[in-house]
Design a protein around this ligand. Sequence first.
Ligand SMILES: NC(=O)c1ccc[n+]([C@@H]2O[C@H](COP(=O)([O-])OP(=O)(O)OC[C@H]3O[C@@H](n4cnc5c(N)ncnc54)[C@H](OP(=O)(O)O)[C@@H]3O)[C@@H](O)[C@H]2O)c1
Length: 317
Amino acid sequence: MHAAVISAADAPPVYRDHPYPAPRHGDEMVVEVLAAGLHHLTRAKANGSHYSSSGGYPLVPGVDGVVRDQEGNLRYVALDDTPLGTFADRTLIDPHRSVILPDGIDPVKIAAAMNPAMSSWVALRRRVDFHAGQRVLVLGATGNAGRMAVQIAKLFGAGQVIAVGRDTTRLKALSALGADETITFDQIGHAADVDVVIDYVWGEPAADAMMAMLTARSDRTAPLAWIQIGSLAGQTAPVPSVALRSARLQIVGSGIGSVPARDFLAELPELASAVAAGAIDVRARTVPLAQVAQAWTAETDDRIVVVPQPSPSRRKP
Ligand SMILES: NC(=O)c1ccc[n+]([C@@H]2O[C@H](COP(=O)([O-])OP(=O)(O)OC[C@H]3O[C@@H](n4cnc5c(N)ncnc54)[C@H](OP(=O)(O)O)[C@@H]3O)[C@@H](O)[C@H]2O)c1
């Protein structure tokens, strides 16, 4: 079979022959990979910069994807840390870390959507006491996860969704996806009275936004839940101590570790159904696995989804 193989932290993936996988214990099964997303997490785990990566090489990247098991079921799987990821014709999965998908589902759409969509879905369901009618602000709303956060907050019944970003053209497009207001970072003081912030940005822009919002809040004793999810603008944010004293601010994170794997898995079926039903708009671009090296560094607004080619023996006549 073929796989993308990374030999060192700074090396690009190379498409090449790879030994057929063999289960290491009774819980593992060999599956055919149909589609695998190239997410920030995929790259960060592969280059060892993600807090959950073990850092051994060589490795086959790919943290999740849609696979077909030997009974013919389609499954979405989120892999644990492993040297054999989903950027391969076949991989090994623990079925307990997967959900069976309905027949007829589009594997590319699911592979593109689940990682970015899960970020806000799980955060709102599992990290804060969110309820319908609350006002949500999405910081860094123009990326894949941000666009989905706008839609998911609406789906969960948010009373108002405010999308914040840098690019005014991309921001405008979010109105069609349900954003009630779209603003740039410098306008954030006008959107201070929200209940929840979903933050993909962190770094200085988030710290500045936080202070501008807290200062402008009409009632500083009203609870504000700030959910830290991504760090597009920086790994650290200079949050002044006064931010935590002068307002009823609670900062929490959402990701692998702060949410147990069982809670992520419990949310997968409903999210997959929402994606399949078209409730969440998904931008995906397929790339053959053989072209993984070019795709790895490509800059695109769409989520790249790597698609292994059927080997000649499996191709339909
Ligand atoms: N914790 C979790 O569960 C979880 C799950 C999925 C993703 N994430 C994280 O969430 C983040 C977003 O992921 P994604 O899939 O949406 O990425 P993406 O599709 O690549 O989107 C990136 C967006 O970030 C914006 N951006 C980049 N640098 C910025 C900066 N310095 N200041 C403000 N905005 C900036 C860009 O928007 P403009 O160019 O339009 O401004 C770009 O569209 C990543 O950090 C990812 O690792 C976390």
